[in-house]
Design a protein around this ligand. Structure first.
Ligand SMILES: [Zn+2]
Length: 72
């Protein structure tokens, strides 16, 4: 196993939702997060906890999409 992401304690230099650490929070992060939940690929679990409940699941996808749409 190769660890691609340092899942260190939040906060770190990347924003919540920037699950692929490209320094932008956008639709690519939604795709990466969904892929991860489906068992594909790696993401930063610290940044993936968008809703802050200390778990990474479908609720974070919803929270991330809401954020991208400018919602609450
Ligand atoms: Zn991160």
């Amino acid at each position: 196993m190769v660890t691609l992401f340092d899942n260190g304690p939040a906060p770190h230099e990347y924003a919540a939702g920037d699950v692929n650490h490209d320094k932008e929070v956008n639709i690519v992060d939604v795709t990466a997060l969904v892929d991860y939940l489906l068992g594909n690929g790696e993401i930063c679990l610290t940044c993936a906890d968008v809703d802050g409940d200390e778990d990474v699941n479908i609720a974070d996808v919803t929270a991330l999409i809401d954020r991208l749409l400018g919602g609450n």
